[in-house]
Design a protein around this ligand. Structure first.
Ligand code: SF4
Length: 334
């Protein structure tokens, strides 16, 4: 039962991709809730299942080669997994929008920014083209594009990278969605523009009360912008808690690895997580992180750890992080 303040509830979501010779289990039982005006970060390396989770929520999985095997995605009381395509089209772009990593491949190069914005507004809001144009100018102004009356007539190639990302945000927010999914929205941008775009998203969230799913590989982005966070590895949630908890007391060895591999102002060297993620075409026995984990023991290669709540609102999937026993970063037990 979805309570009043819960906007989105993802429960035990499993997604698989198929080819003639293989099955890839891309997401293995992810669950989370999101309230209005709340931001959740989904963190992990490429191939961890972050973007597949987002694509599933939007109903944009490739129909012939993928399938939601199990679970539900409840948005405002409606299960999106079983919603007819026509109803899903009304929700997508209107109530749930997405900002992609690379605006150049998401914006159509042969249409002006104005055309693309007005199309979205007119499609979902049932307004005249003239009114749509007026709203489009207001949206460009809202996202900080100077001289929006002039800029609206320009093509994507006439915008800088940061401006294109702002235009993408304007398109995504044009219909004032209740949920915004931002998939690595600032990865292609330099640090200054990155901060501007993230601040802009926060400002707009306050004004429009939008809930945000922020997909990123950068824990720094999570600290600054998210209320809670899920760390994903090889299609599994390995740690789920509030941003504060994860910052003060991360518990999963993979999260420790992500923290060690961040750029730190006072250190010259990064410590990358050794090895590479497992090939998801092969069946994984035990903990998916075992081949890269310096704390792994025999049991890790034999039995998959379940995600369990070891402290209030802090869940971890590790055989050695339990209520009565704690693995300590850099060795030993507590
Ligand atoms: Fe490492 Fe074992 Fe914990 Fe997996 S279950 S994270 S391999 S210690």
């Amino acid at each position: 039962m979805v309570d009043q303040s819960t906007l989105l509830k993802v429960e035990d979501l499993e997604v698989a991709f198929y080819s003639s010779s293989n099955t890839v289990k891309a997401v293995n039982g992810i669950s989370f809730n999101l309230k209005r005006s709340e931001t959740i970060g989904i963190v992990g390396e490429s191939g961890s299942g972050k973007s597949v989770t987002a694509t599933s929520i939007l109903g944009l999985l490739p129909p012939r080669t993928s399938k939601i095997e199990k679970g539900s995605i409840t948005f405002e009381g409606k299960n999106l997994v079983s919603l007819p395509a026509k109803q899903m089209r009304k929700i997508r772009g209107n109530e749930i929008s997405m900002i992609f990593q690379d605006p150049m491949t998401s914006l159509n190069p042969v249409f002006t920014i104005g055309n693309q914005l007005v199309e979205v507004i007119c499609l979902h809001q049932n307004v005249s083209k003239k009114e749509g144009m007026q709203r489009a100018i207001e949206m460009l102004r809202l996202v900080g594009i100077p001289e929006p009356e002039k800029r609206i007539k320009q093509y994507p190639h006439e915008f800088s990278g940061g401006m294109r990302q702002r235009a993408m945000i304007a398109i995504a927010l044009a219909c004032q969605p209740k949920l915004l999914i931002a998939d690595e929205p600032t990865t292609a941008l330099d640090v200054t523009v990155q901060a501007q775009i993230l601040n802009l998203m926060k400002d707009l969230q306050e004004k429009l009360e939008t809930a945000i799913i922020l997909i990123t590989h950068d824990l720094g982005v999570v600290w600054e912008n998210c209320d809670k966070v899920i760390v994903m590895y090889a299609g599994n949630a390995v740690e789920a808690t509030s941003t504060e908890n994860l910052y003060e007391k991360p518990l999963h060895p993979y999260t420790w690895g992500l923290l060690d591999s961040r750029v730190k102002p006072d250190e010259d060297m990064l410590t990358p997580v050794p090895g590479s993620p497992p090939d998801l075409r092969n069946e994984i026995k035990g903990c998916a992180f075992a081949t890269r984990c310096k704390y792994a023991k025999e049991v890790c290669f034999e039995k998959k750890p379940s995600l369990i709540e070891v402290e209030k609102d802090h869940s971890v999937a590790c055989h050695f992080q339990k209520n009565d026993q704690r693995l300590v970063r850099d060795g030993g037990y507590q």
